[in-house]
Design a protein around this ligand. Structure first.
Ligand SMILES: [Cu+2]
Length: 450
């Protein structure tokens, strides 16, 4: 079964929902001195070479995989006139953006856009960071075939680096004809699809030329269906500058970082020496799948002649006020679980229910959620439309404070998060970002109410 995931709730055909769209669009005005960034986007079939030898009938935004990198500044309004040229309905979800519910692109808030139809997304960009966009309809097929792209929002006070790359990681399963394999059997339903062909920006294991002596900002998105990327850049140290919700407070030096499906990370990478060949790899990570994990390469950095560096990162990137301090009361537990299924072995559920209907939350009432993984495999928990802070993982505080929209929950573990529902009332959701698990039912939807 391939994830037409939401069967049991109403589509937004009511006059209320229509006027919510109108209100959301009308409310979107750029900040003083900022602008409206307009672009046309379509989803369509495209002949794409993921590998030098193959020619694949892929699906892409504006005929490319990934879609164009959308660039804007905090306070801009983004207006996307979207046309669906696919043979099936779709919609766009703006992953990580704190925008009105009516713009979230899920089937909770929007009737999927029929083939040939158009829809205008329009919203203000409230936060700097690295985000991404992808369909939230039949995702296990649509995202797998190439429908995703990055969205970069810049703040007024960004660190200075010598260059910037946006690297969208994915993997794909191609058959002997070079076509994307259709969704597979029960092992793939269980593990999530992890294809053997590793892609960076739509190409298999590319070379990344870089000048010696320079330090670049790499904005990395994990757009794969299920792959956990334990990212290493030749085991060299790099600096973490930001996570899902933008810059962290100060750079953190690391030699590897785990990027779960849906995650983003901003790194300062380099400097390297002329002639260095540095492999960008994903190290083995045991997320308790049936198929074993291996060390695998995503790209190769080839370092050329030196260029002068003007990088100035500084010790302080920004201040993140803690959402809570001291003792807190958990307002709800979200249990990620499984239950037996005749067709696929297991079904993935939340609080024992596939496509769980969760209680509403009230505007202005701090949410402290304990996300509990009752299963024996990892799940990346993603909350739509709001950033959260991780308070504790199995009782231990995280290494540094950050804003997140996606966090890994290890087997039999508890992750405590805090988030504040602001005035964006409407229908929202959370789910496992392994697309096959989401499709199977590991998701909850709920209302934010006034
Ligand atoms: Cu999962």
């Amino acid at each position: 079964m391939t994830g037409h995931q939401h069967h049991h709730h109403q589509h937004s055909t009511s006059p209320d929902a229509a006027s919510a769209h109108e209100k959301a669009r009308a409310a979107a005005t750029p900040d003083p001195g900022r602008t409206v960034v307009r672009l046309e986007l379509d989803a369509r079939e495209v002949d794409w070479s993921f590998t030098p030898e193959s020619r694949t009938r892929a699906w892409g935004f504006n005929g490319q995989v990934p879609g164009p990198v959308i660039q804007a500044q905090v306070g801009d309004v983004l207006e996307v006139q979207f046309t669906n040229r696919l043979p099936e309905a779709t919609a766009i979800h703006w992953h990580g953006l704190r925008i009105p519910a009516a713009m979230d692109g899920t089937e909770m808030v929007q009737r999927p856009i029929a083939p040939g139809d158009t829809f205008t997304y329009r919203f203000r960009l409230p936060d700097a960071g690295t985000f991404w966009y992808h369909p939230h309809v039949n995702e296990t097929v649509q995202v797998e075939r190439g429908l995703y792209g990055a969205l970069v929002v810049r703040g007024g006070d960004e660190p200075t680096l010598d260059g910037e790359r946006v690297l969208v990681l994915d993997d794909v399963s191609l058959d002997s004809e070079g076509q994307v394999k259709p969704p597979g059997g029960w092992i793939e339903q269980h593990d999530g699809r992890q294809g053997p062909t590793r892609l960076v920006n739509g190409r298999q294991e590319p070379d990344l030329p870089m000048a010696a002596g320079q330090i670049e900002r790499w904005r990395i998105v994990n757009a794969s269906s299920a792959r956990y990327v334990r990212l290493s850049i030749g085991e060299r140290p790099f600096q973490i500058l930001g996570t899902d919700g933008g810059l962290i407070e100060q750079p953190v030096t690391a030699r590897e970082v785990l990027l779960v499906p849906g995650d983003r990370i901003d790194l300062a990478v380099g400097p390297f020496s002329e002639g260095d060949i540095v492999e960008v790899t994903s190290g083995r990570y045991n997320r308790r799948t049936i198929r074993r994990s291996r060390d695998e390469r995503f790209a190769t950095v080839r370092v050329g002649p030196a260029s002068p560096s003007r990088a100035a990162i500084g010790g302080r990137l920004r201040t993140i006020e803690p959402l809570v301090s001291g003792d807190v009361t958990v307002s709800r537990e979200v249990h990620l679980g499984v239950r037996p299924s005749l067709s696929t072995g297991v079904k993935f559920v939340v609080n024992k229910e596939p496509h769980h209907r969760d209680k509403p939350v009230k505007v202005g009432e701090l949410q402290v959620w304990e996300v509990v993984n009752d299963t024996l495999m990892d799940h990346p928990f993603h909350l739509h439309g709001f950033f959260f802070q991780v308070l504790a993982v199995n009782g231990e505080p995280p290494a540094f404070r950050s804003w997140e929209d996606t966090v890994n929950v290890s087997p039999r573990s508890r992750v405590r998060i805090a988030w504040m529902p602001d005035d964006r009332v409407g229908e929202w959701m959370y789910h496992c970002h392994i697309l096959e698990h989401h499709a199977s039912g590991m998701m909850g939807h709920f209302a934010v109410v006034a």
